[in-house]
Design a protein. Structure first.
Length: 137
């Protein structure tokens, strides 16, 4: 795994959490649409006919997954922050933090730092080279 791939893990985990939150939202909308079917006809007592209960169970399972993923994301961000903080140059640390912990776009980082995007790329490359050496040790 390269230094860049290592740092990008947090962003991908964050995107998966966002995706799961969207899924929970869709399940909540589905749960609101579920209605109980009442008929006078006898039915198989072992057959689960409650769509609402099934949907709620799926929502709870998904929310538990999200909570677990959030815990992993917090731990991963702390681990990445420790590694970034081992870099002696504060400008390098700032670029890496803004990109891999705050998930900012290159243009936003450049504006915040008062640099050109090209300059930010150069700083980023230098920081990754240092980080590569750190991760090998």
């Amino acid at each position: 795994m390269t230094a860049k791939e290592y740092l990008e893990q947090a962003r991908y985990l964050d995107m998966r959490i966002d995706s799961k939150l969207e899924q929970v939202s869709a399940l909540n909308e589905l749960a609101e649409k579920c209605t109980a079917v009442m008929t006078g006809m006898p039915h198989n007592p072992s057959k689960n006919t409650s769509q609402m209960a099934d949907t709620i169970a799926k929502i709870i399972d998904m929310e538990n997954e999200i909570n677990s993923d959030i815990d992993r994301l917090v731990d991963l961000k702390n681990e990445i922050a420790e590694i970034i903080n081992s870099i002696p140059n504060s400008e390098y640390r700032t670029v890496l933090e803004k990109r891999y912990l705050c998930f900012k776009h290159w243009e936003a980082i450049a504006v915040e730092m008062g640099r050109s995007v090209r300059s930010v790329f150069r700083i980023h490359d230098n920081a990754l080279n240092i980080l590569k050496k750190t991760l090998k040790n």
